[in-house]
Write a protein that binds this ligand. Structure first.
Ligand SMILES: NC(=O)c1ccc[n+]([C@@H]2O[C@H](COP(=O)([O-])OP(=O)(O)OC[C@H]3O[C@@H](n4cnc5c(N)ncnc54)[C@H](O)[C@@H]3O)[C@@H](O)[C@H]2O)c1
Length: 318
């Protein structure tokens, strides 16, 4: 199949692209190579992808419609996996306009390009953050009482609604995957596991919001990719599907696991809770199991060990 991936130079997008190429798909990657984090890392990610062959890479910003549409018309994708986004919860505070332009207007551009170039299906990388302060735990896809706590979460929810409208009006299917705290090699530097591990290696203390009892449902990147590839095959008009492990771990458990894997002790500084952070995230994964035959396979400790192995191999790692 001809698959177009937006955000293919990033953490999840590069793993996904490798997996699609290995499965025999031909690929077009669109990414603006923004410098929210190191360009060297994104280029290394792309290097790994491009070494497999069968891929074209275009430096395009999804906030600008015409070049995006040109690439859709040139490549003629049958399917699109849309990951390009401003992706940080905390980074979105104070940058709401940039997040809206990228995550809402940018997603609308991708949907328009799908419509105008005859794409058959799209998978959208949404986020567990759309549930926010929802009180129905585990989080279920049919919960309509959502309470997004950050501009990032609100933009992902708005983008889901646009996906639903396009799937309703036009002749293509959309699957929105609500990803829960994805981690593994190439993880973004702003995310907890990487942030903590880099600090522990430098002998610096970490800042923990609140008492460390807030909990997250972590998903190893290979498991998330498995769900994305299955979603690509799903014959559906519109679906929202959680992708997590359904086993929330407290921040303190995460810290203890990192200590075990690195064999080092972490100094902790407690700071007040952040209002953008939900207290707990936990996915109900029954729908993913039923529709995608999804089964998380990598235990948290193993995932952290694989991540640490990757981090130690990085040139820039000190
Ligand atoms: N990592 C997680 O835990 C997680 C959880 C839930 C949802 N998601 C979603 O998954 C997707 C990928 O996340 P990631 O962690 O790999 O982030 P990432 O930042 O590593 O990847 C995003 C990519 O999008 C590109 N991009 C950003 N703005 C763009 C623009 N205007 N035009 C074109 N490209 C642009 C970036 O250059 C980057 O390569 C995002 O949509 C994110 O919101 C991630």
């Amino acid at each position: 199949m001809r698959v177009l991936v937006t955000g293919g130079a990033g953490f999840i997008g590069s793993h996904l692209s490798e997996s699609l190429l290995r499965a025999g798909h031909s690929l077009s990657i669109i990414d603006n190579l923004d410098e929210v984090y190191s360009l060297d890392e994104k280029q290394a990610n792309l290097g790994a992808v491009c070494s497999l062959g069968g891929v074209r890479v275009s430096k395009i910003d999804i906030r600008t419609f015409e070049p995006l549409l040109d690439e859709f018309r040139a490549f003629k994708p049958e399917a699109v996996i849309h990951l390009a986004a401003m992706a940080g919860v905390r980074g979105s505070i104070g940058q709401a306009i940039l997040y809206e332009r990228t995550n809402v207007a940018g997603t609308l551009h991708v949907l328009e390009a799908c419509r105008l170039s005859g794409v058959e299906r799209m998978v959208f990388a949404s986020s567990s953050s759309v549930y926010g302060a929802s009180q129905r735990i585990p989080f279920r896809e049919d919960d309509r009482e959502l309470h997004p706590l950050s501009p990032y979460a609100a933009t992902k929810l708005a983008a889901e609604l646009l996906c639903e409208t396009y799937a309703h009006l036009y002749d293509f299917g959309v699957v929105c995957l609500r990803l829960f705290s994805v981690f593994g090699p190439r993880q973004r530097p702003d995310l907890a596991i990487r942030l903590f591990t880099e600090r522990i290696e430098r002998g610096e203390p970490i800042q923990v919001f609140g008492n460390g009892e807030s909990a997250r449902d972590y998903t190893y990147v290979d498991d998330a990719i498995q769900a994305m590839c299955a979603a690509l095959e799903l014959n559906a008009r519109f679906e929202i599907i959680n992708v997590g492990s359904s086993r929330p771990l407290s921040l303190m458990t995460v810290i203890r696991t990192i200590e075990e894997v690195t064999q080092k002790r972490i100094g902790i500084i407690h700071i007040p809770p952040n209002p953008a952070d939900p207290e707990v995230t936990r996915a109900c994964i029954a729908k993913a199991q039923a529709l995608l035959h999804y089964q998380p396979a990598v235990a948290f400790e193993d995932g952290v060990a694989r991540f640490y192995g990757w981090l130690k191999g990085q040139r820039t790692f000190q």
